[in-house]
Design a protein around this ligand. Structure first.
Ligand code: PXG
Length: 287
């Protein structure tokens, strides 16, 4: 990494301390914007096309016109990685509604801001990847899909932050969120998987979740390894009686869960299918 990280804003690069946007930007005033989180493995952005496609879908869903094309976004991201000499790290592309007047009306914002940050991220302490982590179900439910659809990766993450605060209060680094029907949705920043009798199970997209790119990768890797996969409605009971549980996310990667709501899951240790999929994931990421 260069001594001072270079941040991309609207086609120009700024030293990190000089990378600034307006306090009238509706991204700040109202959380009106979208973002992505992408890993860099061995100098290459992992699943870059998928992340850029999701960024543009999030933008389209909130009727935000991204001022550059998808190929231009891919190039901006690759150029920012190269300029910062980054081998392993994390990329945060952001598109905000831009500066406007006070008041919600997005038509008052004429200048969307495109930002690309390249940095590092550590979600959980490394030892938890070996021992497994504990999660807690929280009372804050995931956004109803007819409110802010969880498929939109928007700058308004308060739903998840409220859940995170509750989890921390309960002594857990990640929080399990239910949907409006009381089914398992996802965690505050990760998708959830269970293993029962050799079958990999995860909530379907219509449970009201972010369609995680790590989630989709894990489903693909499981199918390649002939592990049966079910996208199916799940309850807390399914978590309590699961043989294995793990979470997936760009930042978290694949982390075993060995306890939920004070119940040990399976043997209380990371399970064999979790380990197998983790190994396959890193083989793919480093390939
Ligand atoms: N669910 C939610 C709510 C997320 O925000 C995931 C699942 C996993 O999706 P991917 O596509 O990454 O496999 C996410 C991921 C951050 C940060 O600080 C980003 C996320 C989660 C936590 C932190 O960049 N998004």
């Amino acid at each position: 990494m260069a001594a001072v990280p270079k941040i991309y804003i609207n086609g120009k690069y700024y030293d990190q301390p000089d990378a600034k946007i307006s306090v009238y930007d509706h991204g700040l005033l109202y959380g009106d914007g979208v973002f992505e989180g992408i890993r860099i493995y061995s100098g290459k952005a992992f699943k870059l096309k998928e992340h850029v496609a999701r960024l543009f879908e999030s933008a389209r869903s909130i009727k935000l016109e991204v001022p550059i094309s998808e190929p231009e976004m891919v190039k901006a991201i690759n150029d920012t990685i190269a300029l910062n000499n980054k081998r392993d790290g994390y990329i945060r592309p952001i598109v905000t509604r831009g500066a406007g007047s006070l008041g919600l009306d997005p038509r008052k914002c004429s200048d969307p801001q495109v930002i690309v940050i390249v940095d590092d991220i550590t979600m959980y302490p490394p030892e938890l990847y070996e021992s497994g982590m504990e999660i807690a179900t929280v009372s804050t439910i995931r956004n109803h899909p007819n409110a802010v659809n969880p498929r939109i990766k928007s700058l308004n993450y308060l739903n998840n932050i409220l859940a995170k605060i509750e989890g921390i209060q309960a002594g857990c680094l990640e929080s399990l969120m239910l949907n409006h029907k009381g089914e398992i949705a996802e965690c505050s920043g990760d998708n959830i998987f269970l293993v029962k009798h050799g079958v990999l199970r995860t909530p379907p997209i219509d449970a009201g979740i972010l369609e995680g790119i790590t989630r989709n990768t894990v489903i693909e890797l499981a199918k390649l390894a002939s592990v049966p996969v079910e996208e199916i409605a799940l309850t807390r009971h399914d978590v309590f009686v699961a043989d294995e549980c793990f979470l997936t996310g760009t930042a978290a990667e694949i982390i075993p869960v060995t306890k939920c709501d004070a119940r040990a899951i399976g043997t209380g240790k990371p399970g064999p299918i979790t380990q197998q999929l983790r190994a396959a994931f890193f083989r793919m990421a480093r390939a």
